[in-house]
Design a protein around this ligand. Structure first.
Ligand code: MGD
Ligand code: SF4
Length: 752
């Protein structure tokens, strides 16, 4: 098919946070293939199967093509016009605001929406409808990483870049199956290891042996949730054996503890670590963890010429996700494994635009665009001024975080909710509990999607949207890199780009609520053509006004520049000249980061100007070990963990419709350790009942040494009601980041 293409158009992959550069192949104007581009800096031409096949979504016969409406959730949907659809959506939201106040409406978005989309939705919600009930699925994914970066470094998002991989000598991969979840990036790590088998050391820390473990020199296997003890014990060894970097600590770090962030001395930190001797940690961790192996990995981490850590949901989706992030950062701060080439503490992002759109664009209830916390008056007023709306228009209080938002839906406190580019009726933990709220007759549910999903099944109004390459916009991937994809083909039927939908909806809202400020939120965009001019104007407003003088300054990354730069631009990129050089490879380093030079307060080579730390220091946190919200017991003796596999994407609304990917993994199974299987008389392929306090699944058994003894693993992509693992997961969440603990709950299993 690729050979058939008569034209190739550049863009970025639609799926994961790696952000591979792709080219869409067209034949007679129709999408026929996707290929990688060898000179690309992110992926060197490599793509995984998902990335190569998503062109099939564009002409898929099941695409939503017309607005669908039903007054009652018991009725069948009927097709209506856009005019009617937007009128109904505006009427319902306006009624809710009039009758129940601004907090009775909400927006729930996605790390897969374009930045322009998230930005416009949140602007209309906050400044137009006066609510901070703006959330998104990155809460389920990245919130703990955000909390970790802000509390440890004072600034969100990684300091370094993928380019550090080729300069690193030790990789510490913890709580991440990057071989499947970030496959093309993992290829770079693997290449580095295979090219330098003796010089490069790979540590993989995970309760489950995964394809990522294949390249590891050491695989640390521990009971789920005990890694906080492991990380503190590594710090213990580093301190005990004086493997720390005294100058780095003296110049750049402080030690802090507790809710009030009390400053403590190195001596007090040492006393705190005394509880985490390798011997004690080995007892807590179980698995294959021994005092000697802890000592070995701590030494490798500290003494390698450059150490790079990677982690993702294994640390983030935890009730102590922020603390787990802090403890990885601690290791880098103690040893000075930061800011140098190849040395970085690098959180991997799950989704293609969780960083760019949601973390930077203001897509969570507590942050405004440009990394501005809602509750800081000065910053909130800055945003109001930049938008030209009266001060006080954006409420000072953050809105509902995800679990609180869907709990408020359950309680009938939210009367109208708009769900965009995500399917919470499948992806929330303990999902049956929250489906009840979405199904309530008195909750008006609007869903914008490209396909029918289990969430559209609960909706009143389903609006068909344009897909990737059918609209223009920017994705910002894991390494602070913004890349543009320009509209190349028309969406099917009457599907429309979200930016058009929001603008038209806001204009109707303004009329119905008789509120000129709502109109003002979209005024600069009225009349602009939706394929390019409209998203460009939104991007211009966001970058030129909202990111100016912020740490994610993107003023140089205009559409014109992004279209010239095949690999996009890494922020900070305050000027066009800097953006045309590709932007900033490493933050905080003088000479490499223009803001580090501009914000310098002394002669030191590193300048930590992150907005959250006024003292301009990096914080080493005293964070104790704490286990999971639900530990196994006599009744539910197994740990249940969930995660991704390479061929599917999340709820499979997309990859489940691509025949090659569906064929590769048509259904989920429960992975059971052979020792447990033998004990319970379970053979490969047997049907197994997986039961938790919240419900039951029936899944075929896969018996192999992946999960450790006492643990089972299920990939969460299967949406068959009997195998949908989120019907049994737990909705406990981190008190800081509010990210749910998808990675751990207790279950029992039985052959049936
Ligand atoms: P997706 O399948 O990515 O899952 O969960 P979801 O966001 O619910 O949903 C994206 C939706 O967007 C699809 O329905 C797709 O059809 C639609 N779509 C595609 N393109 C467009 C577009 O251009 N516009 C619009 N409007 N829609 C579009 C993800 C969530 O799940 C996340 S981020 C994480 S990290 C969690 N991970 C996780 C886990 O590890 N374990 C378990 N058990 N559950 C999990 N749930 C969480
Ligand atoms: Fe797309 Fe991620 Fe695969 Fe790259 S690794 S092709 S970004 S899904």
């Amino acid at each position: 098919q690729a050979a058939d293409a008569d034209k190739w158009v550049r863009g970025v992959c639609r799926f994961c946070g790696v952000g591979c550069r792709v080219e869409l192949g067209l034949k007679n104007g129709k999408p026929v293939a996707i290929r990688g581009v060898p000179d690309s800096r992110t992926n060197y031409g490599f793509l995984c199967m998902k990335g190569m096949l998503f062109y099939q979504i564009m002409n898929h016969p099941e695409r939503l093509k017309k607005p669908l409406y039903r007054a009652s959730k018991k009725d069948k949907f009927k097709e209506i016009s856009w005019e009617e659809a937007l009128d109904i959506a505006a009427e319902k939201f306006a009624q809710a605001v009039k009758n129940y106040g601004p907090n009775s409406v909400a927006y729930y978005g996605s790390g897969q929406a374009l930045t322009e989309e998230t930005y416009l939705f949140q602007k209309v919600m906050r400044a137009g409808l006066r609510t901070n009930n703006v959330e998104g699925n990155p809460r389920l994914c990245m919130a703990s990483a955000v909390g970790g970066y802000l509390t440890s470094f004072g600034a969100d998002e990684p300091i370094g870049s993928y380019a550090d991989i080729e300069q690193a000598f030790c990789f510490f991969i913890i709580g991440s199956n990057m071989a499947e979840a970030h496959p093309v990036l993992f290829r770079r790590v693997m290449r580095r290891k295979l090219d330098n088998p003796k010089e490069v050391f790979v540590i993989n820390a995970d309760p489950r042996v995964s394809p990522t473990s294949r390249i590891a020199d050491v695989h640390l296997q521990f009971k789920p949730g005990t890694d906080l003890a492991l990380l503190n014990a590594m710090a213990y060894v580093i301190v005990e054996e004086k493997l720390y970097d005294e100058n780095f600590i003296k110049n750049y770090c402080v030690f802090r503890v507790g809710k009030n962030k009390k400053k403590v001395s190195f001596e007090e930190y040492k006393k705190f670590l005394a509880a985490y001797t390798p011997e004690r940690a080995a007892e807590i961790c179980g698995g294959n963890i021994t005092p000697d192996i802890i000592r070995l990995v701590a030494r490798k981490f500290a003494t390698s010429p450059a150490t790079m850590s990677f982690w993702t949901m294994g640390l983030n989706q935890r009730i102590r996700g922020v603390w787990a992030n802090n403890l990885v950062h601690n290791l880098h701060l103690l040893t000075g494994q930061l800011c140098r080439p190849g040395a970085d503490s690098f959180s991997l992002t799950g989704q293609p635009n969780a960083c760019g759109g949601v973390r930077e664009g203001g897509g969570l209830c507590h942050i405004l665009p440009g990394h501005r916390p809602v509750k800081v008056d000065k910053l909130r007023h800055q945003v109001e001024d930049l938008w030209g709306v009266p001060r006080g228009r954006i409420p000072a209080k953050p809105g509902y975080h995800t679990i609180a938002m869907f709990s408020a839906v359950n309680e009938g406190k939210i009367k109208a909710i708009w769900i965009n580019c995500t399917s919470p009726a499948q992806s929330l933990p303990h999902v049956d509990k929250y489906r009840k709220g979405m199904a309530r007759e008195d909750v008006f549910l609007v869903v914008t999607d490209i396909f029918p999903t289990k969430t559209t099944e609960l909706a009143n109004l389903v609006l068909p949207t344009a897909f990737h390459f059918e609209k223009t916009g920017v994705y910002g991937c894991t390494e602070r890199r913004s890349q543009i994809t320009v509209k190349t083909i028309d969406p099917p039927g009457e599907a429309k780009p979200e930016v058009w939908i929001v603008r038209e909806w806001a204009l109707k809202l303004a009329e119905k609520l008789n509120d000129p400020v709502i109109k003002k939120t979209v005024e600069p965009f009225i009349g602009l053509e939706e394929g390019f001019a409209l998203p460009k104007a939104i991007w211009d407003e966001y970058t030129q006004k909202l990111t100016a003088h912020r740490d994610n300054d993107l003023r140089g990354a205009t559409y014109e520049v992004l279209m010239q730069m095949p690999d996009g631009v890494q922020w900070p990129a305050p000027t066009k000249e800097w953006a045309l050089k590709g932007g900033t490879y490493k933050k905080f380093v003088r000479g490499l980061d223009p803001l580090a030079d501009k914000e310098a307060v002394d002669e030191k080579p590193y300048q930590f100007y992150g907005p959250a730390h006024k003292d301009r220091k990096l914080w080493i946190w005293l964070r104790p070990y704490k286990g999971a919200a639900e530990e196994p017991d006599a009744e539910y003796p197994f740990y249940l963990s969930t995660g991704r596999i390479i061929d599917h994407w999340h709820t499979t609304s997309m990859t489940g419709r691509i025949k090659e990917l569906l064929r590769a993994n048509p259904y989920a199974y429960v992975e059971i350790n052979p020792k447990d299987a033998k004990r319970l008389g379970i053979n490969p392929g047997d049907m197994v009942l997986v039961e938790t306090r919240r419900g039951r699944n029936i899944l075929p058994a896969k018996v192999y040494e992946g999960p450790m003894e006492g643990m089972v693993f299920v990939y969460w992509h299967d949406m068959h009601e009997e195998r949908m693992i989120n019907r049994v997961t737990k909705d406990a969440f981190d008190p800081g980041s509010k990210e749910p603990e998808f990675k751990i709950c207790a279950c029992r299993i039985k052959r049936i």
